[in-house]
Ligand binder design. Structure first.
Ligand code: SIN
Length: 532
């Protein structure tokens, strides 16, 4: 049995920012199923919001966040996170993160959909990579932090799971050491889920292949409350190319004057919203979906060809280079794009300090639902949320531990037993189910939904869930099986939340209830093992 004061799952902005703070108070284990750099954070292009211009104000950032969130943001949470942005940025700069500056030394501020002001700090078009590299190198230098790469967190161990009924709380976590194919038991009173989102639940996504809803599914199985999973954000502009399936064309390209056009070269967004190509994402993604269905064309285009080659290569080097690699020259050619699953706006319900409904279990970053995003996230608010929530959770948790003078109880945690399980003989069964989930979610539970499609998805997912449970008990655990199990759980939670919301709001649009209905649910959709 391995003991740590804090066990963090995930190496994105929230997980590593938390680890660096908690390391001042105790020993920290960071668990990651691949390498440290494989996180959603390191793929983030656009940047991080912070009021930094004299024309801008906290009130304006708050209003834009609430405006995008379609009536479901928690106003207190929005204010606290927005007002903490300057401190979060200062901490990052102190760690060595370099944001682009103007010739006069101020931060160069970008713009994205739904923002009324320029307030996005960025590092060219690879902001996440810049943040991630600095956090990883600081965490690797800390003597208090051990990073366990190629370790897959399986399940949180709670007192309730051990049959102890009173005061449910975290006592540890089971983790698969993938290289040794061995299951380890970590004893800890503090588990911090910072596992990112679940884009891989859909056939088309801008997310890396690690985004399989692991933290969400783990929290649900532990009995934590889940909220608002119907709100999956589809990014309007994922590159449409058969060789590069999930490459994002940042909204910042539209922020710098890029226009959405159809095959005929004409703009269409003003038919849908006065803000045109820079309307909030839910509106733009739905408009593109409609245009694609209306015209029968496979994609639409982002056109930034009015800007010079030098400008595009300088401001968006990654996008420029990647497009050129598939023979698209953005300074000359419109870039073909389609919407793709991008961000999970709901998640594990937490307080403003990252606490879930289970003592000792915290969730921060995309996996969590703090109330910041409501029914639709404002672009570039997520790296900010990750950094701010990490600081708040670390402060809250360490203070609580001090007050309670935390000691490990003399509690027997059984080691994992594999029983009669055999090695998975044919991975094809796992991959087949994985493909089926992703396709059915894309066909039935994406940008436009109906009761009938949701019902079909729910029925099919119930069967798949049974099959996956059988695999789970009959075969030895491997990462493919764990991801499949988490994927099916996450997909089911999305469908169940979507079925509960009998209105169209933000990212949840259904033909059966096409309007917002403030008399019904102006509320979160909660699900937990206790409340079905
Ligand atoms: C983008 O660069 O378009 C993505 C930014 C975000 O999702 O916040």
């Amino acid at each position: 049995m391995i003991e740590y004061d804090y066990v963090v799952v995930g190496t994105g902005v929230s997980g590593l920012s938390f680890a660096l703070r908690a390391a001042k108070h105790g020993r920290v284990a960071v668990i990651t199923k691949r390498k440290s750099e494989n996180s959603n954070t390191s793929w983030a292009q656009g940047g991080i919001c912070c009021v930094a211009d004299k024309e801008d104000s906290f009130e304006s950032h708050i209003a834009d966040t609430i405006g995008a969130g379609a009536g479901l943001c928690n106003k207190e949470v929005v204010r606290k996170i927005v007002e903490s942005a300057p401190d979060a940025i200062e901490d990052m700069v102190n760690l060595g993160v370099e944001f682009d500056k103007t010739s006069t030394g101020e931060f160069e501020l970008g713009k994205e959909g739904g923002h009324t002001q320029r307030r996005i700090l960025h590092s060219k078009d690879t902001t996440g990579k810049e943040i991630s590299e600095n956090l990883i190198s600081s965490a690797k230098k800390s003597e208090q932090i051990d990073i366990f790469e190629h370790h897959f967190a399986i399940d949180v161990i709670t007192k309730e799971k051990l049959g102890i009924k009173e005061n449910n709380e975290v006592v540890g976590i089971y983790v698969l050491d993938e290289t040794k194919a061995k299951i380890l038991t970590f004893r800890t009173k503090n588990v911090i889920l910072s596992t990112g989102g679940c884009g891989r639940v859909y056939l088309y996504t801008t997310n890396p292949d690690i985004a399989t809803g692991d933290g969400l599914a783990m929290a649900y199985r532990a009995g934590a409350e889940i909220a608002n999973m119907e709100f999956i954000q589809f990014h309007p502009t994922c590159l449409y190319h058969h060789e590069l399936k999930n490459f994002l064309i940042s909204e910042a390209v539209r922020g710098e004057g890029g226009k959405l056009i159809g095959k005929n070269g004409k703009e269409f967004m003003h038919y849908y919203d006065v803000r045109g190509s820079l309307a909030p994402r839910d509106i733009v993604a739905r408009a593109i979906d409609h245009e694609i269905k209306r015209t029968g064309e496979p994609c639409v285009y982002v056109d930034i060809s009015h800007k010079s080659k030098e400008y595009i290569a300088g401001r968006f080097p990654n996008i420029y280079k990647t497009c050129l690699s598939v023979n698209i020259d953005p300074s000359n050619d419109p870039i073909p794009v389609v919407p793709a699953a991008h961000y999970q706006c709901g998640g594990v319900k937490t307080s403003i300090d990252g606490q879930t409904s289970i003592k000792g279990l915290y969730a921060i970053g995309e996996v969590a639902c703090t109330g910041l995003h409501g029914a639709n996230r404002l672009a570039s608010n997520s790296l900010l949320e990750g950094a701010v929530m990490a600081a708040r959770a670390a402060e809250h948790m360490t203070l609580q531990n001090k007050e309670e003078k935390q000691k490990f109880e003399d509690l027997m945690i059984p080691d994992w037993t594999s029983g009669e399980a055999e090695d998975v003989d044919e991975l094809v069964v796992i991959y087949h189910n994985w493909d089926e989930i992703r396709r059915l979610m894309w066909d039935y539970v994406s940008i436009v939904r109906t009761n009938k499609r949701l019902k079909r998805a729910a029925t099919r997912l119930q069967n798949l869930s049974k099959e996956v449970q059988e695999f789970y008990w009959n075969f030895k655990i491997c990462s493919e099986l764990l991801e499949l199990r988490n994927l099916v759980e996450t997909a089911s939670l999305i469908v169940r939340c979507a079925q509960r919301r009998e209105e169209s709001r933000g990212l949840h649009y259904t033909l059966d209830f096409p309007d917002i209905d403030d008399s019904k649910i102006v509320n979160d959709t909660f699900i937990s093992l206790q409340k079905h």
